[in-house]
Design a protein around this ligand. Structure first.
Ligand code: FES
Length: 142
């Protein structure tokens, strides 16, 4: 499949599942003692802030926020990812614990709008200009 014949963006797939996901690592920036996590992690705080801001986000139903335990980028916390059917998958790191939720959702909206999910540097909000850890091709790429 080429970029020219990618299906139009739809909020759900044929299976009824949302076609986009915003993954947030809830384990990032944890404090550990004797093998146990102490208190609330930075990732949990970031997740809560994103969820709070997303209450007024027009894509909240089409682009669900999903908490995950780890995305194997632990030394680059906080970490989030955008994934969508037929799109690039982006993994971002080095996000601050506080104050970037609006930028994350703004960037997610740009990702949603672009048929390939492409997020050029110049179009990404400041906290996400740097810190791309991976840009993985779509499964539908030929
Ligand atoms: S703890 Fe967040 S990526 Fe591993």
């Amino acid at each position: 499949m080429t970029a020219a014949n990618i299906s139009p963006i739809s909020p759900t797939s044929d299976t009824g599942l949302a076609s986009h996901s915003l993954f947030v690592c809830k384990t990032c920036a944890s404090a550990w003692q004797d093998g146990k996590r102490i208190g609330e992690s930075g990732g949990q705080k970031l997740l809560q802030e994103i969820q709070q801001v997303a209450q007024n986000w027009d894509l909240r139903d089409e682009f669900p926020i999903k908490e995950v335990e780890c995305m194997s980028a632990c030394n680059r916390s906080c970490v989030i990812a955008f994934a969508g059917q037929g799109k690039l998958t982006y993994l971002f790191g080095d996000l601050p614990i506080e104050g970037c939720a609006e930028a994350v959702l703004e960037c997610a909206s740009k990702y949603y709008s672009h048929p390939d999910g492409l997020l050029p540097w110049s179009e990404r909000p400041e906290p996400l200009e740097k810190g791309i850890l991976a840009r993985i091709p779509s499964l539908s790429l030929n």
